[in-house]
Design a protein. Structure first.
Lengths: 67, 196
């Protein structure tokens, strides 16, 4: 497996783990804060940003790719 | 004229044409998803307006499990796209199948389990918003599973390669979009506000 291939697979795993941790933080925030609305929306925005950037590859809209 | 026709069949010209078509298709898909934001955004706005700082009593464990399942399905979808990008067909097919299975598991969790709870569509604003949000989202998950099944079947027949896999990319982007929607729906339905 070449380095590029390894890096691509590794990136998917890292993003997934970060999303899982953020989901766990969401549950903790909802349980421990009296008014968790704003922090939960901020966490959701971060999660959405990660998915849009690393899973949906929005940058392909303005950067040429091989496929 | 003959020279032009001959040139069109040159491999590098075909490749350039495929790239150009993919670029246009990509823009079209993102514009479609942009329009979908207004649909789901309107539902979210209705939730915050009608429920305010309250929410219906829902099974927290079902919410967390379904959210985790959808997140995991997004991971396998991304893995499938990475795999076909490196011509790794075995991982591509396996990851795609796992994504579809997890999508079905999500549907079972929401439609089969959560919809069988005490909250009914006729229970005022709580029921109406809950079923509209989860119903419309489930419909998108269902259509995503159908798309994945089509891509899987084409993959089984040898379609797609590292250079040509727009069908895989489009399905992946759609699937991840459905996940992004749930990223906002999960806290709105299960975590924000006091259970009434």
């Amino acid at each position: 497996m070449n380095d590029k291939k390894k890096a691509d697979y590794r990136q998917g795993i890292i993003v997934f783990l970060v999303l899982a941790v953020l989901t766990a933080i969401e549950v903790a925030v909802a349980n421990y804060l009296d008014n968790p609305g704003v922090p939960l929306i901020i966490i959701a925005l971060v999660k959405a940003g990660l998915i849009v950037q690393f899973f949906m590859h929005i940058y392909r809209l303005w950067r040429e790719e091989s496929h | 004229m003959g020279a032009v026709a001959e040139e069109i069949h040159e491999p590098h010209v075909e490749e350039a044409s495929y790239k150009e078509r993919t670029r246009r298709n990509r823009l079209g898909l993102w514009l479609f998803l942009f329009s979908e934001i207004f649909l789901f955004g309107a539902l979210l706005a209705a939730r915050y307006y009608l429920w305010g700082d309250t929410r219906p009593e829902l099974d927290q464990m079902v919410g967390l499990i379904t959210t985790s399942i959808l997140l995991l399905s997004s991971f396998f979808m991304a893995r499938a796209e990475t795999a076909i990008g490196h011509d790794n067909r075995k991982t591509f097919m396996r990851s795609l199948a796992l994504t579809a299975l997890l999508g079905i598991a999500f549907l079972i969790g929401v439609v089969g389990v959560e919809w069988g709870g005490h909250l009914k569509p006729t229970d005022g604003a709580y029921g109406a918003i809950f079923y509209a949000m989860t119903g419309l989202h489930a419909l998108h998950v269902f259509s995503g599973v159908i798309l994945i099944a089509i891509v899987w079947n084409r993959g089984r027949q040898g379609d797609f390669s590292a250079e040509r896999h727009w069908g895989v990319e489009a399905t992946a982007v759609y699937w991840h979009f459905v996940d992004v929607v749930w990223v906002f729906f999960y806290p709105a339905l299960y975590l924000i506000g006091t259970a009434a």
